[in-house]
Design a protein around this ligand. Structure first.
Ligand code: G3P
Length: 217
């Protein structure tokens, strides 16, 4: 499973890249606005840092506007993926952009049928939101299982990005189900490293190291 970082914060992106865990980045208008910085400044820094796909979202609601914005976004870098919301107009834009060779990521997906529709429109990626479903007492990971099964049944190439991830269990389940990608907030990636026995073990080793005579370091 590939790890994407779900952020527009360049410092977070650089850190995760140094850890060797950065396979791509996903952004959305909320994440961009959280930086408080000009759009192009933020995006150009991200594109310079990241080798893998970087999703940038359109904001128009009609296909024509989405296609125009999608082309503009794609011109910013060869690794740009245009993020388009799951609407009928959105699917028109997905088809047009993919035909031009511009990869798309269909976002705000909350049902298996929406995912299938996105795949049939030719989307390169589909982003089902697990956390927001859990928030309303839905079952986010059930959605991923169902999409995985449907895509398997029909040998669909569209890659599943598990999005709206809230905690390490979402990441674990995504990997067990066989999602292609999990886009993870920085705080959750940090938690993936942690285990109390790791910390306890390091403490014990360091204490014992103190007792070793004539140490080289
Ligand atoms: O990038 C889209 C998605 O991951 C947003 O997550 O936490 O706003 O539900 P969240």
């Amino acid at each position: 499973m590939r790890f994407f970082l779900d952020t527009a914060d360049i410092e977070q992106i650089r850190k995760v890249n140094q850890w060797g865990l950065l396979d791509g980045v996903t952004t959305n208008p909320t994440l961009i606005s959280k930086t408080g910085r000009p759009f192009l400044e933020v995006v150009n820094e991200i594109l310079e840092e990241v080798d893998g796909p970087v999703s940038l979202e359109t904001v128009s609601l009609d296909a024509e506007g989405m296609i125009k914005e999608g082309r503009q976004l794609a011109d910013l870098g060869s690794n740009v993926v245009v993020k388009i919301p799951m609407t009928p107009e959105g699917m028109k834009a997905v088809r047009a952009l993919e035909e031009e060779g511009i990869p798309t990521n269909v976002t705000l997906v909350f049902s298996p049928m929406q995912a299938l529709i996105a795949a049939k429109a030719g989307a390169s990626f589909v982003s089902p939101f697990v956390g927001r479903l859990d928030d309303i007492s839905g079952e986010g990971m059930k959605l991923i299982r169902e999409i995985r099964e449907i895509f398997y049944n029909y040998e669909v190439d569209t890659e599943i990005i598990v999005a709206s991830v809230r905690h390490p269990m979402h990441v674990l389940e995504a990997a067990l189900i066989g999602a292609d990608i999990c886009t993870v907030p920085y705080g959750v990636i940090e938690k993936l490293f942690k285990h109390p026995l790791t910390d306890k073990g390091i403490d014990a080793f360091l204490k014992d190291w103190e007792k070793v005579p004539d140490k080289p370091f």
